[in-house]
Write a protein that binds this ligand. Structure first.
Ligand SMILES: [Zn+2]
Ligand SMILES: [Zn+2]
Length: 284
């Protein structure tokens, strides 16, 4: 859909030119990375958004981190300038800043857009947009013309209000905090799909992310959750996975077990805590 030379793969392109990236027909990965320090290493994580374009309307899945709004807006406008259907819907997996932090600005910039999903509490922050919020439950679908975006079971989640999204045409799963893992900027992983980032140790970065961001995985039998994930992927016949924080997964059969190995490994380790600790000043 974007007029770029087809001979050039993402690996050949400089990092800033890799996005927006069409990861399945009419599904565009947009947004930017966030660098975080942990145990002396710099981890890059995405707070990605995805645009799903139908024949009549497009839906934005997630809004990106608040710092990413200028990038998100630039990527969206580039897509619309290339003839992608207008933005009529916004679906946010849950009420956490890296997922919904651009919500007010999206609703302001795109006055036709309707916010969909579990819309708990958003009206308290944005009472002026309450009439543009629509509840969805599992199985509810938004018609975009030739494809729809459906709310599906959120197997691995951060908040109880989470829904995952699913594109019925290209069978793309949008799992929010499921499949969350960082990548390494110095290895050139930014803007690559998981299978292209060959030097990325997926079990390792997945277990680190679970340790820092999904503390409940320490207290649950992750075998049960991973089995349920396999069941969902088989039931929906998922072809591509578009996580908010991880790199997109285009080979579900080969890559999903690596992420699951990380979740299972993290569950067996004691929690290390969320922040880099600095030594407390000595008592006088
Ligand atoms: Zn998240
Ligand atoms: Zn990066």
């Amino acid at each position: 859909m974007l007029d770029r030379p087809q001979s050039k793969t993402a690996l050949d392109r400089p990092i800033p030119e890799r996005m927006p990236r069409e990861i399945a027909s009419g599904v565009f990965w947009i947004g930017d990375c966030l660098a975080q320090r942990h145990k002396g290493k710099v981890y890059h994580g995405y707070n990605a958004a995805f645009l799903v374009a139908g024949d009549d309307a497009s839906i934005l899945v997630e809004t990106g981190h608040p710092k990413d709004f200028p990038v998100i807006e630039r990527h969206l406008n580039a897509l619309f300038a290339h003839g992608v259907a207008p933005l009529k819907y916004l679906f946010v997996t849950h009420q956490e800043t890296p997922h919904c932090g651009g919500l007010g600005r999206i609703l302001k910039a795109f006055p036709e857009a309707i916010l969909c999903g579990d819309v708990s509490d958003y009206h308290l922050a944005f009472p002026q947009y309450e009439h543009r919020m629509r509840w969805m439950k599992e199985g509810d679908a938004i018609d975009l013309g030739g494809r729809s975006l459906m709310a599906v079971e959120p197997v691995i989640r951060d908040l109880r209000t989470t829904w995952w999204g699913f594109d019925t045409k290209e069978r793309v799963l949008f799992p929010g905090d499921g499949f969350a893992y960082s990548h390494y900027h110095e290895d050139g992983h930014c803007g690559l799909v998981a299978e292209e980032a060959v030097s990325l140790d997926l079990p390792d970065v997945s277990s680190t992310f679970a340790d820092l961001a999904l503390f409940w995985t320490k207290f649950a039998d992750m075998n049960v959750y991973c089995d349920r994930l396999d069941h969902l992927i088989a039931r929906l016949d998922v072809k591509t996975i578009a996580p908010t924080h991880g790199l997109p997964i285009t080979d579900v059969k080969a890559t999903v077990p690596k992420v699951q190995a990380g979740l299972k490994a993290a569950a067996l380790m004691p929690e290390t805590g969320t922040n880099e600790k600095t030594a407390a000043p000595a008592a006088p």
